[in-house]
Design a protein. Sequence first.
Length: 117
Amino acid sequence: MSSPILNQVGAIFIPVQDIEQARDWYSNILGLPVEGDILHGHLYILPMLGTGVVLDSKIYAPGRTFQTPAFHFNTEHIEEAYEFMQKHQVKLLTPIEHGHWFNFEDPDGNMLMICKC
């Protein structure tokens, strides 16, 4: 049976309280330039490779953040990624687990993951 729905993920929305602060924070930890506009006063599209990540301050509310990682950012060097996050004073929620992944929290309380690809 065919479906009109593609087996692709177009974008992941992350709820953030302050769109400008979130744009700067995510751009910093991902090593991205701060470029592009904030759309409609509440959306910022991170310039990602592959699946898109959209920061959205309109969907933010306390308690409506990711309590478990809905996705992970890739890294080829898990130890370097962990040390980088420590250096940038990111709240780390786990140590590196099984030599493969760790969880951290963004400034808005979203639990996210970095995983060795």
